[in-house]
Every structure is written in C-alpha cells, then in structure tokens.
Ligand binder design. Structure first.
Ligand code: ATP
Ligand code: MG
Length: 322
C-alpha cells in the first residue's frame, strides 16, 4: 500500500515500487482505486480497462508489471456473481442503476469492494498452485483516509456476523493485517506532509495495520558545505561583491555588474540556507518516528518513463543496502 499526503508522489512511488519489485522474472500488479487513470497517464498508456494488463517490463532480468484500475461497480458485479451466482441478474441490477446507487450511496461499501478485489489478486493462484503475482502494489488513498479505508472490512465483519460476506470481510482483514502487507507513506521534507506522516503512522499503529517504510520523495541536492551555509545566512554583501569582482565580473563599485549581482545572489543563498535548515528540522521529526526511510531524488527533467526506472533502481539499491 502506498499512501501519503496528496501530491507528494504516491502514484509515482507506487509505480516505481512495482518496477523495483518485478525483477528477476517476478510479476507484480500495480492497482489504483481512485478512478483517475493515474497509472495509465504515468506509463503513457491508454486508459486501463477493468482488466489486468501488462504495462511495463522491469529493468534488468525480465520481470513484468501488470496494471489494473479497480472499479467499485465492476467489483460489486464480480461479488454478486461469485457469492450469489447473480450473473445476469447482476447486469439487470446495473441497468436499474442499483449498482451505481449502492457504490455511491455507501462509501464504506466502495472501500470493501476495492480492498476485496486487491486481496483477491494477492491470493490468486494459477492451476499449478503458484501465486499469480509475487507482489501487489496499491496506489492507495491519501493518509487522511488510509486507516479507515483499510479497516472497513473489520466493521463489515462485525455487522454481518456470519455468511459469505462475513467470511469475505474477515479474509480481507487477515491479508491486510498480516506481515505480508505493508503500508508505505510518501512524504516531502516539508512541515505538512511530515505532520501527516506522523499522524498516519500513529493511526495505523493504533489500528494494528502493518507499517512499511517512510519514503521521502523529491529530495533536493544541497550545494553548500557547513561553512558556506553559515555564510549564506549571514550578512556578507561586501565579501560577495569582492569575490565577484575577483572573478572578473567587473568592479565592485556602485552600479557595476558585480554590485548588481550581489543582492539576488545573497538572497538566493539565504533562501537555500533556510530551506536546508527547514529540511533538517523535518528530518529530525522523521527520525523520531522510528520507521525506516528511503529517499528519492527530485528529478529535474520532470517525470517520464526513464525517470520512473531511475526511481525504481534507487528503491532497489536502498532496499538491498538495508
Ligand atoms: N521524484 C520526483 N521527481 C520529480 N517529480 C516528481 C517526483 N515524484 C513525483 N513527481 C511529480 O510530482 C507530481 C505529483 O506526483 P504524483 O501524481 O505521483 O503524486 P500523488 O501523491 O499521486 O498525487 P495525488 O494526491 O494527486 O494522487 C507529478 O507531476 C509527478 O510527476
Ligand atoms: Mg496519485
């Protein structure tokens, strides 16, 4: 499960993770549940149907990534077919709008269907009795909703005391709470996402859900050493003007090129220094969470397939170093 504050890179990280885990002939399934076709967009593919499709080949070793956009409506029809053999009757319900009604009126039911479908993929075996997927990665709802989303089957198992729905809900909770599952939280080195990560971890722990890694995304390189950082936050106008002048950028006198460059450069350096300071503070908060972290760099050229492979390789390396 890959969760995190909105916009921190959940979809990107989930895709990179699916690629990273698909090495050496392994097969992973990347699923999304928010109906936004984020995976298709990321891989430059056509919108995903409600059907598992091979979407990428993993870097080195021929692993494969499949993708699925889980749709609550279709999942409900699957269930009706599975539990009550309601094949055509299910389609009739759909025509009546009953399926649509059920999946939109009861958001809890939607979540039961979405997690249920993902767990079905986790447990699915082929004819030889081998698991079809080595890993299933979900681009999950954001931190604010993740605990409720994953725990919804607990409520259902309590409501339906016996019968197929009870059993199904219990089976899903068993997978989700097992050590086979891990909820990873993506964050940036900024106050709000870090706070959400801290809150999310607390909630997940309280609910007995397995926490994976904190993945710090879009980490920027730092250009200055300690001395330079201290200098950058101080008042060093005269020194900078002199240095520019020495570098051949004209005289440091009033109105000269060096003089005009000083203020923007000093401002930029100070901004960088304060950003580094802030990031250090957030790192300290993250260290206090007592959860292993991975770090992914901010890719300067924007996100494309090559960038995704780069992030996957980075995840792989850090996992191997652990
Ligand atoms: N490491 C990175 N380097 C550069 N750009 C990145 C990186 N990770 C993510 N991005 C970009 O940041 C933006 C947000 O990423 P993404 O869509 O994965 O976030 P999200 O958490 O899934 O967002 P949402 O909450 O809207 O679903 C995208 O434009 C993505 O390409
Ligand atoms: Mg997303």
């Amino acid at each position: 499960m890959v969760s995190g504050k909105g916009g921190t890179g959940k979809t990107t990280v989930a895709a990179a993770l699916a690629l990273a885990l698909a090495r050496e002939g392994r097969r992973t399934l990347l699923v999304e549940v928010e109906g936004r076709q984020g995976i298709a967009q990321l891989f430059g593919a056509e919108a995903l149907p409600y059907e598992e499709r091979k979407i990428a080949v993993a870097p080195g070793g021929g692993g494969e990534v499949y993708a699925l956009a889980i749709d609550a409506e279709r999942a409900l029809l699957d269930y009706l077919q599975m539990f009550y053999k309601l094949g055509s009757a299910g389609r009739a319900l759909k025509k009546l709008g009953a399926i649509d009604f059920a999946t939109t009126i009861a958001p809890g039911l939607r979540d039961v269907l979405l997690t249920g479908k993902a767990c079905e993929a986790v447990r699915r075996k082929d004819k030889a009795g081998k698991f079809v997927y080595d890993h299933v990665i979900m681009d999950a709802p954001p931190t604010g909703r993740i605990t409720r989303f994953l725990n919804v089957n607990d409520e259902v198992a309590g409501l339906a005391r016996f019968g197929p729905i009870h059993n199904q809900a219990q089976a899903v909770m068993k997978v989700l709470k097992s050590p086979e599952t891990a909820v990873h939280l993506v964050t940036l080195l900024e106050e709000m996402p870090v706070q959400e990560t801290a809150d999310g971890i607390e909630e997940l722990r309280a609910a007995g859900l397995p926490i994976g890694r904190v993945i710090v995304n879009m980490v920027r390189p730092h250009h200055l050493d300690e001395d330079a950082l201290r200098a950058a936050s101080g008042e060093r106008r005269a020194d900078v003007a002199k240095a520019l002048s020495r570098a051949g950028l004209g005289g440091a006198r009033r109105g000269g090129l060096a003089e005009r460059l000083v203020d923007p450069l000093v401002a930029q350096a100070a901004e960088h220094a304060s950003r580094v300071e802030l990031e250090r503070g957030q790192r300290t908060v993250l260290e206090g969470l007592d959860t292993a972290t991975y770090e992914l760099p901010l890719l300067g050229a924007g996100m494309d397939l090559a960038g995704l492979y780069e992030l996957a390789t980075e995840l792989r390396k850090q996992a191997d170093d652990e």
